[in-house]
Design a protein around this ligand. Structure first.
Ligand code: NAG
Ligand code: NAG
Length: 267
């Protein structure tokens, strides 16, 4: 389905709620949507040895978190390179006349683009439907959201809600045969012999992320910041909540709402 205007969205939900699944399905249904992942941008910049990538890697090697400002710079660079935002203050004497120049001057763009403080309306963004994206991994806190809004405002926040007991049951049911990647589901697709792979008879294991204790710790961290994040977007009138016990229950509701807000034929 075609879009009538730019969608700039984030999906929010507890770990294991299926944000990745919904992202894939949305992109399939609405091909103008891109996924922009802060984690992918970080890895790409580290791999390509950009100045920002080198700085971020140094932080990680010291066991520190990559600061918000660096993540924001990665996102700004990406959106600028795609031509979706533009730094107004650079315009009159811009040295970047084309996207190609910009690619090559990536490191320079970093240092020129970002002042120590973000001023409102410094950036101009396009409402063209091709500039539609799902931002993954950022923002996670209200303060990150404020910083992002000063550059390019998110216009839909999808709050995916599944009861924690449903998520944990799903997680506890999942067993994998690591060498082959075969996944078993003890309720719907159990192995022929409990705890053993059907083809090789080898032992099944749990993925590290599926350890209930690990999951509970992640849920706790998520909850610590999530309330303020949702409150921020609630105030801006862009928050929409969807309830469901499985991805298949959630997707149709999400498609419908998304189409209503951004689809061609929406007003
Ligand atoms: C098991 O399969 C059912 C039905 O396909 C699905 O709803 C559930 O989420 C699956 N659980 C896991 C852990 O994959
Ligand atoms: C979702 O799961 C909860 C908790 O198990 C249950 O109470 C509720 O009825 C379920 N909802 C649907 C639509 O199946």
């Amino acid at each position: 389905m075609a879009l009538a205007r730019a969608a700039r969205i984030i999906l929010v939900g507890a770990p294991g709620v299926g944000k990745g699944t919904q992202t894939e399905r949305l992109m399939k249904r609405f091909p103008e949507l891109s996924s922009i992942s802060s984690g992918d941008l970080l890895r790409k910049n580290v791999r390509q040895r950009t100045p920002l990538g080198i700085q971020a890697e140094a932080k990680m090697k010291m066991g520190e978190l990559v600061p918000d400002t660096m993540i924001l710079r990665l996102i700004v660079n990406e959106l600028t390179t795609r031509g979706w935002i533009q730094d107004n203050t650079l315009r009159p004497y811009s040295v970047y006349s084309s996207a190609t120049d910009m690619d090559e001057a990536d490191g320079t763009v970093d240092s020129v683009l970002i002042p120590s403080q973000f001023r409102a309306a410094k950036y101009q963004y396009t409402e063209h439907p091709s500039a539609s994206f799902i931002l993954d991994g950022f923002p996670r806190t209200a303060s990150q959201a404020v910083q992002l809004d000063a550059i390019v405002p998110i216009n839909l926040v999808v709050n995916i809600q599944t009861p924690p007991e449903v998520i944990i049951e799903r997680i506890c049911n999942r067993w994998v045969h690591e060498p082959s990647g075969r996944v078993y589901n003890t309720t719907f697709n159990p192995p022929k012999v409990e705890g053993k792979d059907d083809e090789t008879g080898e032992a099944l294991t749990r993925r590290a992320d599926d350890d209930p204790e690990v999951w509970k710790a992640r849920l706790k961290r998520f909850r610590e910041t999530n309330e303020n994040l949702l409150e921020h977007y609630g105030k801006h009138g862009v928050l929409w909540t969807v309830n469901g016990n499985s991805s298949d229950e959630i997707s149709p509701q999400l498609f419908k709402e998304f189409g209503k807000r951004f689809g061609a034929g929406a007003d």
